[in-house]
Write a new protein. Structure first.
Length: 202
């Protein structure tokens, strides 16, 4: 039969555990979303559009912020992250942006009525470039494929890569988010105009 622990041993153990909990506070993380500018309107179009969910390159798919520290070295920020995977956030942002621009009716995937165009976006890069901390930059790159849906079969209209590397006003997670949001807004602005110029939008 095991003898009970001496009260002094129990007390010492409790003090030790309490000290460990004091030395190791809970990790606090900051969660962010994109904050895109409002869409500029273009001439209204009658062609309907479905935006499929973003796919993402492995380096751009995680919620933790990614920093380029030098050469081929990248670092994750465990304390600052997106509220959801960035591709998921950007899917909602692009649908909202196209709706605000009035380029054409925007339909959800799986809607009863099929759309005239499918938009297939991919997030290629999303990181803060800190190789030169005196001139930090927020980098975002996307490839967007526009597909026309026709009775004879789908036809690819174009595939274009858009990239922005915008100066940041400081080295901070908030500055990185501002740069990414501005860059994504510029890309969406350019894509909206490319979409408007595509046949039969002309």
């Amino acid at each position: 039969m095991k003898s009970p622990l001496h009260p002094a041993v129990c007390c010492a153990t409790a003090v030790l555990l309490a000290a460990c909990s004091i030395r190791q506070p809970a990790v606090v993380t900051e969660n962010f979303t994109f904050d895109l500018p409002s869409a500029a309107r273009v001439a209204p179009g009658g062609q309907s559009i479905t935006v499929l969910p973003f796919t993402a390159a492995p380096t751009a798919s995680g919620q933790m912020f990614l920093y380029r520290a030098g050469g081929a070295r990248y670092e994750h920020d465990f304390y600052n992250r997106f509220l959801a995977p960035p591709g998921q956030l950007l899917t909602d942002d692009l649908r909202r942006y196209l709706h605000q621009s009035k380029v054409g009716p925007v339909r959800e995937p799986g809607a009863p009525l099929s759309s005239d165009y499918l938009v297939q976006p991919r997030l290629d890069d999303l990181y803060a470039d800190y190789r030169d901390t005196a001139r930090p930059r927020a980098v975002v790159a996307m490839t967007i494929v526009l597909v026309a849906r026709q009775p004879a079969g789908n036809r690819q209209v174009f595939e274009r890569t858009y990239r922005r590397a915008l100066p940041m006003d400081e080295v901070s997670p908030a500055a990185a988010v501002r740069g990414w949001s501005q860059g994504a807004g510029q890309i969406f602005w350019q894509f909206t105009r490319d979409l408007r110029a595509a046949e039969p939008f002309e």
